[in-house]
Write a protein that binds this ligand. Structure first.
Ligand code: 5RP
Length: 217
């Protein structure tokens, strides 16, 4: 079974957490499978709050209403993928560059269900380069500060986020204390969002595997 089939399996299993109302929807290839599955039960929900322009377009293509987070209260459910997860369900996210809106929607949701193929579960976070969204004028300054923290930041050249900012992908980090590193990077002036989801980890992790889904949390 290939990775995409495992992502699809996890995405379809997440439908079991949808109880109605307005739900938060993340970004990425795993979430695309979730959106396609959600379309089959779209009559059961009022609509979705989206974490990216790409997901908004896909939701609309399926006739699922996309709502402004400012107009709805706390969301009961947020479903999103991840680039890495440890066994405490602390995540690296932002491979698709949507980390800021993803973090906002995750924070505004009661339950965060993360969907992924089994390769995303790791012992120590950091093999996947950690995305950091930065204000354009702060790019070089933030990069120097990230070097001080032991990383090797690489500018995702040519990529602009939905918020008009840039991404630095920080390589060579072995993240043994994700909460502390999230806090340290958040404190650097010019950082909009770091793609570490440790203070608000996932509540449930659904992994697609060749033997069926495995659920943690
Ligand atoms: C986008 C993300 C994605 O959830 C993450 O990159 C995983 O993507 P995929 O489902 O395509 O493997 O954080 O910003």
């Amino acid at each position: 079974m290939n990775a995409d089939a495992m992502k699809k399996q996890a995405a379809e299993a997440a439908l079991g957490y949808v109880e109605g109302g307005v739900i938060g929807v993340g970004t990425g290839s795993t979430v695309n499978h979730f959106i396609d599955a959600l379309a089959t039960i779209r009559g059961r929900i009022e609509g979705a709050v989206s974490s990216s322009e790409a997901s908004t377009a896909r939701l609309k293509q399926h006739g699922i209403p996309v709502l402004d987070l400012n107009g709805v209260g706390e969301l009961s459910l947020y479903v999103d993928g991840a680039d890495e997860s440890n066994d405490r369900l602390q995540l690296i996210k932002g491979g698709g560059g949507a980390l800021t809106r993803e973090k906002i929607v995750a924070a505004a949701s009661r339950q965060f269900v993360c969907i992924a193929d089994e390769s995303k579960l790791v012992e120590v976070l950091g093999r996947f380069p950690l995305p950091v969204e930065v204000i354009p004028m702060a790019r070089s300054y933030v990069a120097r500060e990230l070097v001080q923290l032991g990383g090797t930041p690489v500018w995702r050249d040519g990529f602009v986020t939905d918020n008009g900012n840039l991404i630095l992908d920080v390589q060579h980090l072995e993240i043994t204390d994700p909460r502390q590193l999230e806090q340290q990077i958040n404190m650097i002036a010019g950082v909009v969002t770091v793609g570490l989801f440790a203070h608000r980890p996932a509540d449930v992790l659904i992994l697609g595997t060749p033997h069926g889904v495995r659920t943690l949390g």
